[in-house]
Design a binder for this molecule. Structure first.
Ligand SMILES: C[S@@+](CC[C@H](N)C(=O)[O-])C[C@H]1O[C@@H](n2cnc3c(N)ncnc32)[C@H](O)[C@@H]1O
Length: 295
């Protein structure tokens, strides 16, 4: 009972926080990775890329990271900036496989930064991975430092995304690439207030109005920031669909629910209780890969 009141109190505190970066941080810190399903093997916090036959969110999270690597066109010599890196799972994947040389990561959540730093140390990768607290709209790096700037399932939160584009352009080398995976509406006419299901309410409270536009406007904003060759491609059939099918099937699986930390199961069932509404809401959302080049 006391725990439930505490959870509600923290959620209320998060959604009523006036500063947008602090609000998004508090919202993400409501979820504790230690209280996830016992069978989870990674700390990815993304929607995932669900190929035919993909059966778990760890594989799907990893495949979304690999998708971003392909869009970015990584090279083993590259120095990369990853913005909104979560627990840095994708960075370790790219570093281990030597797809890139070095990563610098920026996150609003000190808890995420701490988690990623601890993992870098445990894997002996600290010389190639620098994780810091900071915000996408004020990058603490000199001009022309990076071969690639990437953001995996995070730019929808940046306040606003257009300032991040300008900052990304500044810190990229000439010829460098911005690559991202992002959530946008299929139509900008859908009000953000539509998202009222407990599972998708994050979009109501952590996406600035200024970021609420469709693919065409997205490409236009990249051009306006000074990028060339913008490409914004929908991958919604491999993302929202797989995500929805996986998690709704889990709610019906008592065996799987037993793997949840006591207390977390109740929260999980509540979040997924109105699956019709979640279905209607994801039908309004796009999920895209983003590419643009600095001239
Ligand atoms: C959906 S999670 C994705 C995390 C990670 N990329 C992954 O795939 O697991 C979005 C992340 O963006 C971070 N974030 C949100 N706004 C940010 C900002 N303005 N600057 C840096 N990070 C931000 C959040 O703290 C969260 O960790």
């Amino acid at each position: 009972m006391l725990n439930k009141a505490r959870t509600i109190g923290k959620a209320l505190h998060a959604v009523t926080t006036p500063n947008p970066d602090t609000r998004v941080r508090r919202l993400y810190e409501l979820a504790d990775p230690e209280k996830q399903f016992a069978h989870r093997t990674t700390r990815y916090i993304n929607i995932g890329y669900w190929k035919d036959g993909t059966e778990d969110p760890d594989r799907a999270g990893e495949d979304l990271a690999l998708k971003l690597a392909d869009v970015a066109g990584f090279d083993p010599s590259h120095t990369v900036l990853d913005v909104g890196f979560g627990y840095g799972e994708q960075d370790f994947t790219w570093l281990r496989a030597n797809r890139i040389h070095q990563v610098h990561g920026l996150e609003v959540s000190p808890r995420h930064v701490e988690g990623a730093r601890a993992q870098a140390e445990s894997e002996g990768l600290q010389d190639r991975a620098d994780f810091r607290v900071g915000s996408a709209t004020d990058l603490p790096f000199p001009d022309g430092m990076f071969d690639r700037v990437v953001a995996l399932d995070s730019p929808m939160h940046f306040n606003p995304r257009s300032t991040f584009f300008k900052e990304a352009l500044r810190v990229l080398k000439p010829g460098g690439v911005l690559a991202a995976i992002d959530t946008i509406p299929l139509s900008a006419d859908t009000p953000r207030g539509t998202f009222g299901s407990p599972r998708l309410t994050l979009y109501r409270y952590s996406v600035p109005d200024a970021n609420w536009y469709d693919r065409r406007t997205y490409a236009r904003q990249l051009l306006d920031a000074g990028f060339t060759d913008p490409d914004v491609t929908s991958i919604r059939d491999r993302t929202w669909e797989g995500w929805y099918h996986y998690w709704t099937s889990l709610v019906d699986d008592p065996e799987a629910l037993r793997e949840l930390h006591p207390g977390a199961a109740q929260e999980f069932i509540k979040e997924w209780s109105d699956r019709e509404r979640i279905r209607q809401e994801i039908d309004l959302l796009d999920f895209v890969t983003v590419y643009a080049r600095k001239p």
